[in-house]
Design a protein around this ligand. Structure first.
Ligand code: SF4
Length: 445
């Protein structure tokens, strides 16, 4: 007689005490959150926390777990007479959360710092979380970074580029202070290198990591305070494109504003780069607010664009990005300009369970992706206190759950079969099939 396999058990609830010590509570099962609603994730959606992930304890937020004796969700105030608080996972790069952590927020607490707070549980002796690994590329796997090698690489770059202010910023601030994985990879002379250029921005994102005007939430990567010259940019870009493995150079980084506000300088830099080398891939991470500027960059030699957006519904986009003198139509036109020239278009779609996987949002996503010539969706987690996000978007605190981030991937693939999913900017050899709007031979001109 065939043996029946044992069903995967539900993970236990994880809480923290007032000193931040974490522990599991077997009397309660871990729950999850989608939108503003506490839900029960399927036990098989939880997997061991990827290496390099973090666990946060959340003061001012009480844990919510499933009580099997009562058959319902309960707020857990104390364990063994000790007051306890909620805990959440921050997933390592390349992993997208299927659900957020549930909690009961105490009145008058400040918004949490700019991270994603994924659901967390404990099973078989280890922490687990519901997520998808969305990109097999290991370029930011924490296990591939050794501090002594980064320090040595940083010293080599400083020696190689004396007097180059952008290299000094990437090495001293980004790689060694903010621990930015792209800057660390520049020091290690591999894969994707960052090129920040712009102190200013024409958006005012609620979750901007480089500038928070209200000062309520601390920034994690303060902005660059100068504009590098085309020569400074080209010097480091040519070196990286000619010497690194699978090289990409990317304008538009966490420690700056909007690179398109420096389009003239970037255009001059790209022309210098392409006079000196045809190697590698030139990318821009951007809010895509200026389609005319994007066209000029493509003419100069820009290969690919990654457009950031939190939602494809205008009202939700506007409430998060608070755009200054541009609209979502400009954003789509920028993507289309790159796609029609045979370049590659990604969106950095800031995933939030309950909003990204909402039916109206899915319809808006399909329409936007077709209009903007999108070939790849980079499924990054929105790094923002979820309660603060719902308030900023004018959505109810008890927003209903979405249809599921894992189902979202399947539906998007069926609706737009040419789409690829990932987390990083691909080198051109990984672009895959062209956008159906252009001939397979590449550029239209
Ligand atoms: S577009 Fe980027 S730099 Fe500008 S406000 Fe938004 S997150 Fe910040």
């Amino acid at each position: 007689m065939p043996r029946r396999s044992r069903p995967t058990p539900d993970p236990w609830l994880v809480v923290s005490d007032a000193d931040g010590n974490l522990f599991e509570v077997p009397e309660y099962l871990a729950l999850a959150r989608s939108g503003g609603t506490t839900v029960r994730a399927h036990p098989e959606q939880f997997a061991p926390l990827p290496e390099g992930s973090l666990i946060f304890h959340l003061p001012g937020r009480k844990p919510v777990g499933f009580d099997p004796r009562k058959g319902r969700a309960v707020t857990v105030e104390e364990v063994d007479g000790r007051p306890v608080f909620a805990a959440a996972a921050f997933l390592a790069p390349a992993h997208t959360a299927l659900f957020l952590a549930p909690w009961e927020r105490q009145p008058e607490v400040q918004p949490l710092p700019l991270y994603c707070y994924a659901a967390l549980g404990f099973r078989d002796g280890g922490f687990v979380s519901p997520f998808l690994r969305v990109d097999p590329d290991r370029r930011q796997d924490p296990v591939l970074f050794r501090q002594e090698e980064i320090d040595a690489g940083a010293a080599r770059m400083r020696e190689r580029f004396p007097g180059n202010r952008v290299v000094a910023h990437i090495v001293g601030n980004c790689a060694l202070t903010y621990c930015c994985p792209a800057a660390r990879n520049f020091c290690l002379n591999r894969w994707e290198a960052p090129i920040p250029t712009s102190p200013a921005c024409n958006s005012d994102c609620v979750g901007c990591i480089s500038l928070q005007k209200e000062g309520e939430i601390p920034v994690t990567q303060p902005r660059l305070d100068f504009v590098p010259s085309p020569e400074e940019i080209a010097e480091l870009a040519v070196f990286h494109l000619e010497t690194a493995a699978r090289p990409v150079v990317s304008f538009g980084q966490g420690c700056e504003g909007e690179p398109l506000l420096q389009a003239e300088r970037i255009e001059a830099a790209i022309r210098l780069i392409r006079q000196r080398t045809p190697a590698g891939t030139i990318n821009i991470n951007t809010n895509a607010s200026k389609p005319e500027a994007v066209k000029r960059l493509v003419d100069a030699g820009l290969d690919e664009i990654r457009i950031s957006l939190n939602a494809c519904r205008r009202e939700l986009y506007d409430r998060y990005y608070r755009p200054h003198k541009y609209t979502l139509d400009d954003v789509a036109a920028s993507g289309r300009a790159v796609a029609e020239a045979g370049g590659h278009v990604s969106i950095n779609y800031l995933m939030f369970p309950g909003i990204s996987d909402d039916e109206a949002e899915f319809a808006a996503f399909e329409e936007f992706a077709a209009r903007a010539g999108v070939r790849r969706v980079q499924m990054r987690n929105l790094n923002l206190d979820p309660d603060h996000y719902l308030r900023a978007l004018g959505l109810p605190a008890d927003l209903p759950p979405g249809f599921g981030i894992d189902r979202w991937v399947k539906r998007a693939q069926r609706a737009l079969p040419h789409l690829r999913f990932g987390y990083f900017n691909p080198p051109r050899e990984d672009w895959g099939p062209p956008w159906p709007g252009v001939a397979a031979s590449g550029r239209n001109s």
